[in-house]
Design a protein around this ligand. Structure first.
Ligand code: 5GP
Ligand code: MG
Length: 177
């Protein structure tokens, strides 16, 4: 069945307000301290693009593409599909995510960046699904909480589609969710 994406959950106006709120929090926490922003590809590219333009400190941006799978250990294994080129040693790092679901990927990524010697690693997510959490990880900056629904738009995809929507939609009649 063709996915139905007609139901708008979060409007583009609400998203704009959310980005401004998150940027304000980051600006007041970091002041003039330079920030290394690491958006997680692919979903976070639109949120990160909107967010960094509202940040006031010196910002450097490099992208990572990661995924996780549950292996022999309970926490899972991080697969790095694309790594950053910059050295994180001694840097204040802000990971930018589209949505936190189980939290597995982000917990592994945060731990890896700390192991590489980052001075600090904080997490910023546009959307959060706390009810779905498997790993106890809390974002330092969180935009809008959503329930146990599969969302698309504003960078988030279903099989590579719908990332270009300016709002967040709920997918119905989707057998793959
Ligand atoms: P987790 O937190 O489970 O390790 O993984 C979160 C990742 O799964 C997100 O970065 C995102 O790519 C994907 N994901 C989780 N929930 C959704 C959702 O509702 N919609 C879409 N499009 N992707 C999701
Ligand atoms: Mg993601």
């Amino acid at each position: 069945m063709k996915p139905d994406t007609s139901e708008i959950l979060i409007s583009s106006d609400e998203i704009r307000d959310m980005v401004a709120k998150v940027a304000d929090e980051i600006n007041s926490d970091y002041g003039d301290r330079p920030l290394l922003v690491i958006p997680v590809l692919t979903g976070a590219f639109i949120f990160a693009a909107d967010l960094v333009r509202l940040l006031k400190m010196p910002v450097e941006i490099d992208f990572m593409k990661v995924s996780s799978y549950v292996g022999q250990t309970s926490t899972g294994i991080l697969k790095i599909n694309k790594d950053i080129a910059v050295d994180v040693k001694g840097r204040d790092v802000l990971i930018v995510e589209d949505v936190i679901d189980t939290g597995r990927t982000l917990a592994l990524l945060r731990d890896m960046l700390k192991e590489r010697g980052a001075a600090s690693v904080k997490i910023c997510t546009a959307f959060d699904k706390p009810a779905r959490r498997v790993i106890d990880i809390r974002p330092d900056y969180s935009g809008i909480e959503v329930g146990d629904v599969f969302i698309v738009g504003y960078g988030l995809d279903l099989d590579g589609r719908y990332r270009d929507y300016g709002d967040i939609r709920i997918v119905k009649d989707n057998e793959e969710q």
